[in-house]
Ligand binder design. Structure first.
Ligand SMILES: Nc1ncnc2c1ncn2[C@@H]1O[C@H](COP(=O)(O)OP(=O)(O)OP(=O)(O)O)[C@@H](O)[C@H]1O
Length: 608
């Protein structure tokens, strides 16, 4: 994976910063996508608010001039009170429109957060398991997730920049018309602070980038120390202090780095700020000097001092807002890079539909497999055929590659070598979505959705509207109906303890609910990876008697360490060290007296 940001520290800060500006167009596009109407209104309002201060300063200058004339004994100008009313009105309008901008900003922030969050979720779902194995991906996902909501300030800053640029241009034009020196003095004063600000913004980014791993570890520790899942072991093993100390060590390390940067920024920023103040007063003194020499009247003087004040503060703000945006744009590198990531296991465009009915079944031909990022071959030259209508049990000791076979047949991964065929055609030629529709899998580490019992079953087939009968029938097949019958809320009972009113189930009860999901799928190939591990002996027997009935005529792949279950399969495949070492039915393998017979005897002996 090419990582656009890992080399942040090696690159010249300025080059990196300029490069980050390339992030702006796609981000502006995302912003536009999230609310074209709101964006347009926001911009229009800002144009008006940007020019109002100019009008207000002009009117104020005329008022001062009129008052000075009256003090010098002249008559009050006829339009004096109209000017006063105009100034008050303009200020009222300014106040109202500023609030209207806040309103459009908050609308836009809401929409943008939602839009980006959905995009992040969609992209995370699109990427394959291979990507999830990669720690760089996790760091990036983490940063992308934070950026989805944390970059809100940037949106407001972009709006503000737009407004500040217009105000600056209007006042600078007025100053340049009076004397170009004024604009030059102001710009020279502000430039050093701008350079300083952007420099520290970049250092801040590089620092945050470096800290991602530590922050991820801290999050993990915080979660472990405070989670319901972790609570039992944390208490019994007395891990609290261990976790807290580790957390504190990381937090201190981050604190020290943060303080060092803030301190440098404070000192250098303060010094550069003095130059800005000198520029401002240089322009101010110039106007006083020209006024005293009769070059400007009182109205000009009043207006120009207001204009200097406005131009200088807006110019300063333009620079600091722009540097803030450049800083935020750097963070967006991760979000955009995340959006651009492509899955390795992909559905072929116009891929084949899964055959109906499947005639030849699934065949592994000389399949070898190594998990990405590792160098240990988990499957070696694995050959295996699953015929239509066949129920196969895959057995072997821990870590021999059974679950890996499931991940390959479902195309969560592609083989490193060899091929998997479905009806004689490489699995990669089929549409991935269509293939998945024909397979029902319940993994060892199946999901416990903290939703209602009905939803937990219905997610087995989300593309369909389910009638109550479908849900009940699937629940009946997996024995989940007996679990639901005990729940206060029946099928509408919230499961898990995360949400109010939720009820926690036992491991075996969750497993029955998950099994119902697989039955609801009504798939051609049903794969159960240790489906009964948490079930008691009676439930297991019942589940399997049903399983045999329910999978009649379908393909089923079963992984189990319980031989009472395994012996019911039509064929048993024994995996050892990633190789197929024995296959046949229970009787044949027992007669053979190999690994299967040995494992069977061992389990049987432990029951005697
Ligand atoms: N995501 C992964 N990345 C790297 N190695 C992995 C990954 N998943 C599994 N492995 C390794 O591959 C080997 C086979 O794992 P697999 O889960 O297929 O075994 P299994 O036979 O199903 O074991 P068990 O009976 O314990 O469930 C193991 O040694 C494991 O460490």
């Amino acid at each position: 994976m090419t990582d656009a940001t890992t080399n942040v520290k090696d690159e010249s800060p300025w080059r990196e910063r300029v490069r980050a500006l390339k992030n702006m167009p796609p981000v502006l596009y995302i912003l536009w996508e999230s609310g074209p109407g709101v964006v347009t209104w926001g911009l229009l309002l800002r144009v008006v608010v940007a020019v109002l201060p100019f009008a207000i300063a002009k009117v104020a200058a005329f008022i001062i001039q009129d008052i000075a004339d009256v003090i010098r004994g002249q008559h009050l100008a006829a339009n004096f009170w109209s000017l006063v009313i105009a100034e008050v009105s303009l200020n009222v309008v300014l106040g109202l429109l500023t609030r209207a901008i806040d309103y459009t900003d908050s609308l836009l922030a809401n929409r943008y957060t939602q839009h980006v969050s959905v995009k992040v979720m969609e992209q995370a779902a699109r990427l394959d398991l291979t990507t999830y194995e990669n720690p760089i991906f996790y760091d990036r996902l983490e940063r992308a997730r934070v950026q989805a909501t944390d970059r809100l300030a940037m949106i407001q800053q972009m709006g503000r920049l737009f407004q500040q640029v217009i105000t600056t241009l209007v006042f600078s034009a007025a100053l340049a018309w009076a004397s170009p020196w004024l604009v030059l003095l102001l710009a020279l004063g502000v430039l050093p602070s701008f350079l300083g600000e952007t420099h520290y913004a970049f250092l801040g980014y590089a620092k945050n980038f470096r800290q991602t791993t530590a922050k991820r570890q801290m999050d993990y520790l915080r979660q472990m120390a405070g989670s319901r899942e972790g609570a039992k072991e944390v208490k019994l093993f007395g891990l609290n202090k261990f976790f807290t100390e580790r957390f504190q060590r990381l937090a201190n390390q981050i604190y020290v780095e943060d303080v060092a940067l803030s301190r440098a920024k404070l000192i250098v920023g303060g010094l550069l700020g003095i130059i800005g103040t000198l520029g401002y007063y240089g322009a101010y003194v110039y106007v006083i000097w020209r006024t005293l020499r009769g070059g400007y009247n009182l109205a000009d003087f009043t207006f120009l001092t207001a204009a200097i004040q406005q131009a200088s503060s807006n110019l300063q703000q333009v620079f600091s807002t722009a540097s803030g945006i450049a800083d935020q744009a750097l963070f967006l590198t991760d979000l955009l890079a995340f959006f651009e990531m492509e899955p390795l296991v992909r559905s072929k465009p116009n891929g084949l539909s899964t055959p109906e009915p499947i005639k030849l079944g699934f065949e592994f031909k000389n399949v070898s497999f190594t998990y990405p990022g590792t160098n240990r071959t988990v499957l070696h030259n694995f050959n295996f055929h699953l015929h239509p209508g066949e129920r196969i049990a895959l057995i072997g000791e821990n870590g021999q590659g059974k679950t890996t076979v499931v991940k390959l047949i479902t195309r969560l991964y592609d083989p490193t070598e060899g091929q998997i065929l479905l009806d004689g055609v490489d699995l990669r030629e089929y549409s991935l979505e269509d293939l998945h529709r024909h397979i029902g899998v319940i993994f060892q580490d199946f999901m416990r959705f903290e939703m209602t019992a009905r939803e937990n079953i219905a997610v087995g087939r989300v593309d369909r509207q389910h009638q109550q009968e479908d849900i009940e029938s699937a629940a009946h097949k997996s024995l989940a109906d007996t679990v639901v019958a005990k729940l206060g809320g029946g099928y509408d009972q919230m499961l898990g303890r995360r949400f109010e009113g939720g009820v926690e189930l036992s491991g075996g009860e969750w497993q029955k609910i998950a099994l119902a999901r697989a039955y609801l799928r009504d798939a051609d190939l049903l794969i159960l990876d240790e489906p009964t591990a948490a079930l008691d002996a009676r439930s297991e027997l019942e589940v399997f008697e049903r399983f045999a009935e329910l999978t009649e005529g379908k393909m089923a792949l079963l992984i189990s360490h319980r031989f009472s279950t395994v012996r019911m399969a039509d064929r048993i495949v024994v995996l050892s060290g990633g190789r197929l070492i024995e296959e046949g039915n229970h009787q044949k393998l027992m007669e053979k007296g190999g690994l299967y017979a040995e494992m069977f005897e061992m389990q049987a002996a432990s029951y005697r």
